[in-house]
Design a protein around this ligand. Sequence first.
Ligand code: FAD
Length: 498
Amino acid sequence: MTAIRKVLIVGGGTAGWMTAAALAKALPREVAITLIESEQIGTVGVGEATIPPINTFNQMLGLDEAAFMRATQASFKLAIEFVDWMGPDHRYLHPFGGFGLDIEALKFHQIWLRALHEGWAPPIDAFNLSAQASHLGRFSLPSRDPGQVMSSLKYAFHFDAGLYAKHLRAYAEQRGVARFEGKVAGVAQHGETGFVESVTLEDGRTLEADLFVDCSGFRGLLIEQTLKAGYDDWSHWLPNDRAVAMPCETGGDGLTPYTRATADAAGWRWRIALQHRTGNGYVYSSADISDDEALARLRATLDGPALAEPNFLRFQAGRRRQAWIKNVVAIGLSSGFLEPLESTSIHLIQAGITKLLALFPDKGFYPVEIAEYNRLTAQQVELIRDFIILHFKANARTEPYWVRAREMAIPETLQRKIDLFAASGRLFQSDYDLFAEPSWVAVLLGQGVVPRRHDPLVDALDDEVVRGQLSRLSALIRRTAESLPTHDAFIARYCAAS
Ligand code: FAD
């Protein structure tokens, strides 16, 4: 076992540069970090919506938030709005943050369910500040004082992932990361152990390392093409295998502080407003709609004139069976892909980096640590997979694609969760689930899974107390949201400040 002295990151997309920046920040200076990227191959070129843990990543790096937002043309994201998933003109929000306040040990959503069953409940998102600010198009930074309602506002960003990678590249290079431009044409492995020893570029240059991070995108240059990790194919649950992306000028609802995900005949469309443009895409199943039709659907729903040619992408839902094999760790699309419905890919890059640092093989490679990395990765991705499948399973649309989704058998882990919630509103958060209870509550209710009963302990609460508490709370949240500046005005002021 020898100490890790050289790390080589293969790939310079969002995954490569996030990894380079984080390792440059966290590892001692003696560890040399090199990144190879190929302009000829390019990057996937999409990826605009994030979730709140991105703040932890940016803070770990010590990024200045306003400078980062200027550099990436970012807007704030408070929620995802799901439109038409339950049929025409239906919409609901999956907001960040929790709903209301628990009373003693009783969960807020159970108290709300009692009100629902009694016939007087306002919509549940009246009890979430991020949701109310979304409805009004308002934003301000949350308060750090946990006693203030404003502390409950949770946010992430929409940004141009290409610009984010560029911003992180500058950060990483300033901290000593060496960058090579070129295409990897060959990989050399140790004759006995199979450990990767070096990669050779097309021009003949050879780069050696102790640890390789495979950020080469869908192709999985090291983890799959070299080490044959294998792939768990989940397309029987998530049949979407294509996307077409096309940015346009911002129009329509303007700079909304939320992502919109609109169900369509054979998939769904995203709309993400950034400062300089609006990102749009249609994620679809090629068995149900042609590329031309999908593009026509997308074009017909753009806010304004298109700003680029369509970018068609192909993928297969699933995950690499092992994300870490020998001295290769796959991070980003090389480790698998789940469609971007809940903006989890960039988060999974962050989660991969965090686990790699927590289990960093500074003195060499121990099977128990590699196995732990792979176990945690599998658990994390499977929980996200279930959450995404829920959106398709519990739909109320009539097209064949949607009828099939409603009728499909789903993972037993998800079926159990839906059945339990449908019976009594009970939910138990699994270890390592990225999506906490409020997210499950928002999407389950939004997709029409309404519990038949509520927790009987809630019935012991005094009626006046419950009514008083709910009406005070929703009024306070509404007033607070109304007092915030508009999202546009906040961004203009925040990003202008030097
Ligand atoms: P890539 O961007 O493909 O980068 C691969 C890198 O490897 C490139 O630099 C390439 O040049 C290099 N490379 C490959 N082969 C070689 C070689 N032989 N030699 C040298 N270099 C090589 N994620 C989100 O979190 N939010 C979203 O809203 C979101 N939307 C998405 C929408 C779609 C339709 C898709 C497909 C993905 C979306 N994602 C989203 C996922 C997100 O785009 C990716 O997770 C992210 O961009 C990371 O990609 P990557 O860096 O792993 O791969």
